[in-house]
Design a protein around this ligand. Structure first.
Ligand SMILES: Nc1nc2c(ncn2[C@@H]2O[C@H](COP(=O)(O)OP(=O)(O)OP(=O)(O)O)[C@@H](O)[C@H]2O)c(=O)[nH]1
Length: 344
């Protein structure tokens, strides 16, 4: 029996994973895909954005959302049963795509493919790491030498640099292919610098390709035949040998509201609040007063995007829900206080 190839899409918060997957679905060319989507916050925003994207390639029933936590920490409870259910189907998918949360470590997930019941039926075709070229160029993943020296002085046993730098390294060292995304936001010289920085963190021979809006021919992404689960020793991780790990370097919460009266005021308020609190990611759906469609709001660091994606369905409760993610110590009360006047 041939194994179902599975592609793991990793990459930091907002690197463009969901955007790339939407492109993949829209260009599936008759392949039957299943998607497992994992999110850190407990509102399934990414699932909402891919549902209905291409029902022929991937109907809603073949999209499984694992929200509320990182897939690397819930492998036994959530991921394995989900895979088993997909593989037990009378007509299993031809290819499975897994979008990890932006904070997930890919290695524990790849390791799960060594589980006997999975190993005989599925294989990791490839781990694809997405990189936000603009965020790397802005220094978001670079070590903050001053902060690091202070942290090391307080804790001489500190085994890693900043949490962001650590994730950047973990996701790249595990990759079989790297996609340098958001090339539209940087010039050629900057891109070359970012590429050199990325290359220094990848294993020898790993291809680095460029993209804008994740627009890559699926033929380049799928079919790498890496069998990554057989090759784990070549993918070192700082948690090797550890039984458990957690993500307590990061905080997240949901901002809830009703109808937003003024979208411009919302964007202005978000801009100021993101800068004031160094928020990493905001995403969700907004109910705008008097509008039949829901507004998608996406913020990656200082860049905010918003657009109406589809009409609210009759059975849906119209409401505003935004997931906010930042490093540990996020001042929830202050952020809620600042945004309350604009989120209804
Ligand atoms: N300018 C630009 N924006 C992009 C590109 N790719 C994605 N984006 C935008 O970046 C934001 C985040 O994209 P997503 O695809 O949701 O990123 P993600 O990696 O799935 O995010 P998380 O699941 O929260 O980690 C959205 O506003 C996208 O429209 C790109 O190539 N260029």
């Amino acid at each position: 029996m041939s194994k179902v190839p599975t592609t793991v899409i990793t990459g930091f918060l907002g690197a463009g994973k969901t955007t790339l997957i939407r492109h993949l679905l829209q260009n599936a060319k008759g392949r039957r895909l299943a998607l497992i989507i994992n999110e850190f916050g407990d509102v399934g925003v990414d699932g909402e954005l891919v549902k209905g994207c291409n029902d022929e390639a991937c109907p809603e029933d073949d999209i499984v959302e694992l929200a509320n936590g990182c897939i690397c920490c819930t492998v036994a409870d959530d991921f394995l049963p989900t895979m088993q259910k997909l593989l037990d189907r009378p007509n299993p998918p031809e290819h499975i795509i897994i979008e990890t949360s932006g904070l997930a470590l890919p290695k524990p997930l790849v390791k799960a493919f060594q589980w006997p019941d999975i190993r005989t039926r599925a294989t990791v075709d490839g781990v694809i790491a997405l990189i936000d070229a603009d965020a790397v160029a802005a220094g978001r993943f670079a070590a903050d030498e001053v902060a690091l020296a202070a942290a090391r002085a307080a804790d001489p046993n500190l085994d890693h640099d900043s949490p962001l730098e650590e994730l950047f390294e973990e996701q790249l060292i595990c990759a079989d292919m790297v996609v340098l995304n958001k090339t539209d936001l940087v010039d050629a010289a900057t891109l070359a610098t970012v590429e050199a920085q990325v290359k220094a963190e990848t294993r020898p021979g790993v291809a680095i390709i460029h993209s804008a809006q994740g627009a890559i021919d699926p033929a380049a992404l799928l079919g790498l035949s890496a069998a990554a689960e057989d090759d784990l020793d070549a993918r070192p991780s700082h948690i090797d040998g550890m039984e458990e790990h957690d993500h307590d370097d990061f905080d997240s919460f949901i901002l809830s509201g009703g109808d937003v009266a003024d979208v411009d005021a919302l964007v202005t308020g978000l801009n100021a609040t993101i800068a004031a609190h160094d928020i990493l990611r905001v995403k969700g759906m907004v109910s705008v007063a008097g509008k039949p469609s829901r507004l998608v709001v996406q913020a990656v660091g200082p860049r905010i995007q918003h657009y109406f994606d589809r009409a609210w369905k009759a059975e849906e409760a119209r409401r505003t829900q935004l997931v906010v993610i930042g490093q540990k110590g996020l001042d929830r009360a202050a952020i809620e206080g600042a945004l309350k006047p604009v989120i209804g």
